[in-house]
Design a protein around this ligand. Structure first.
Ligand code: FAD
Ligand code: SF4
Ligand code: SF4
Length: 467
């Protein structure tokens, strides 16, 4: 008999009071009993609507059936057929707008907690399975991957499984892309990302860090001089946007990317770290997306009084509802219908205050959202020591400007076929945020997976490689 409880088993978590003083993971994970009880809420629907909501088509009812029997390793093996980063996706996928949105249990009550179950199966496997994956036999062909985010790692893993000699080139000193430099430790512990990267290395994937493609080596050189037969570009969208208002060059103004990189990649929150970062001051985060929530919650953990400054209302916040709730519980102050006009300095080059203007919502714009319009005479100066701009990002133009025949959109996204990742340049494929602009981990993984299959087909056709 299925468990007909209307609500999901709640996720055990650190309390808001505890967690605002540490960087440890907020959600603690289900117990065995909770995992089995939650798995029993699944009705094993014949038409599997939930699978249609997952960009990589995890066989959701099949893995949940194994969970309900207590066969957690079996559940992991089912998930691993479709997803190469289940411990990551179980934590950071926006499940409420993907798999769980399609779950029939959500019609009357809450959907099955698919993400939490996926996380449990992956954590169980990581804790209990000590076997290394077998290294596939070589097919004698070479492929290169640029960028070690979820798109690049997935593409590299799939190519290695097909026998390719794969090298990933990463500009930073550590592999993982946004998973290591952007998403904070308290949402995604870095040991989990490292474990997934170690598995890829065991499959034979080589990772060359501190190599900036377009500066250290170009795409043309990879193909013409280093003998890579196909190249995948998964370089993400890491170029931050600013408001272009006076005072943005003052000390104490960061892009959210820089602020999060200092904290996550360079461990600025650890006492022994020499990375400079603000501590215990007044911090304004401008923007209302997930990146703004991450930056605000990090600043809060460093002891600051934190304000989110957003020009629309709570109803229009683009961040996940759960992230907004967590931020509010942790004491972050939201200033809605507020827009920065200018940042003032203290005369020594540091931020002293931010001048904001009140907004009201007018007619809907092209996106269908009501346009914020300024309220005349409503300017106010708010004392601040630090301002973090979380206004979105776009792809860095470096690779485009150094690669022959690579077409891009006006805003910088690489033009690539949706199904194969094929770009305008023969043998060069692309996917993830570098193509779509800032999106999600699972969509980047899906693009990496599709491109790996297309690169294999391309190399096989060109060289008459047989299986
Ligand atoms: P990235 O992860 O950006 O990786 C690109 C890699 O390429 C980077 O390591 C970069 O250093 C490297 N690179 C760039 N240029 C070069 C070059 N010239 N040479 C060599 N290497 C290069 N998504 C979710 O699904 N859930 C979330 O909760 C979530 N939270 C987020 C929080 C933050 C703070 C941010 C910034 C993003 C978040 N996202 C989230 C979005 C998600 O992380 C991205 O959509 C995803 O990481 C894109 O993957 P990618 O592989 O395309 O690029
Ligand atoms: Fe849901 Fe993401 Fe898992 Fe797919 S990969 S089933 S969308 S949590
Ligand atoms: Fe189970 Fe929900 Fe999928 Fe039905 S839609 S199989 S109840 S997870």
């Amino acid at each position: 008999m299925p468990n007909m409880a209307m609500q999901k088993n709640p996720m055990p978590s650190q309390t808001a009071e505890e967690r605002q003083h540490n960087f440890l993971e907020v959600a603690l994970g289900y117990t065995v009993e909770q995992a089995i009880d939650e798995a029993k809420r699944c009705l094993q629907c014949k038409n599997r609507p939930c699978v249609g909501g997952c960009p990589v088509k995890v066989y959701i009812p099949d893995f949940i059936a194994k969970m309900a029997e207590g066969d957690f390793e079996g559940a992991y093996q089912v998930i691993a057929k479709s997803s190469s980063l289940p411990a990551v996706c179980g934590r950071v996928c926006p499940q409420e707008s993907q798999c769980e949105m399609k779950c029939v249990r959500g019609i009357k009550g809450e959907p099955v907690a698919i993400g939490r179950l996926e996380r449990f199966a992956a954590d169980y496997h990581n804790a209990n399975c000590k076997e290394s994956p077998e290294r596939p036999a070589s097919n004698g062909h070479k492929a290169a991957v640029i960028g070690s985010g979820p798109a690049g790692l997935t593409c590299a893993g799939d190519l290695a499984k097909m026998g390719y000699d794969v090298t990933v080139f990463e500009a930073l000193h550590l592999a993982g892309g946004v998973l290591v430099y952007g998403i904070p430790e308290f949402r995604l512990p870095k040991t989990i990302v490292q474990k997934e990267i170690d598995t890829l290395k065991q499959l034979g994937v080589k990772i060359e860090t501190n190599v900036v493609i377009g500066k250290t080596i170009t795409v043309d050189e990879l193909m013409d001089e280093y003998g890579f037969e196909a190249v995948f570009i998964g370089s993400g969208a890491g170029l931050p946007k600013f408001m272009n208002i006076p005072g943005e060059n003052l000390k104490g103004v960061y892009s959210a990317n820089e602020f999060l990189t200092r904290i996550n990649l360079m461990k600025a929150y650890q006492k022994k770290s020499h990375t400079p970062i603000q501590h215990g001051q007044r911090v304004a985060v401008v923007g209302g997306g997930n990146v703004a929530m991450d930056a605000a919650r990090c600043a809060r953990r460093l002891g600051a009084e934190v304000y989110i400054i957003y020009r629309r209302t709570e109803a229009e916040l683009p961040a996940r509802k759960e992230e907004v709730e967590h931020a509010m519980e942790e004491g972050i102050i939201f200033k809605f219908l507020t827009n920065p006009l200018e940042i003032h300095g203290d005369g020594q080059g540091w931020v002293k205050s931010i001048r904001c203007q009140k907004m009201a919502l007018g007619e809907p714009d092209a996106s269908g959202r009501r346009r914020p319009v300024p309220v005349e005479g409503s300017e106010e100066d708010i004392a601040m020591d630090c301002v973090i701009m979380a206004l979105g990002t776009s792809p860095n133009p470096l690779i485009k400007s150094t690669t022959e025949g690579l077409d891009t959109q006006k805003w910088g996204g690489i033009i690539a076929d949706e199904l194969t990742g094929q770009t305008s340049r023969e043998g060069v494929f692309a996917g993830g945020d570098a193509v779509t602009g800032a999106a999600t981990v699972i969509l980047a993984m899906g693009a990496g997976k599709n491109a790996a299959a297309a690169m294999d087909a391309y190399i096989r056709t060109k060289t008459k490689l047989s299986r």
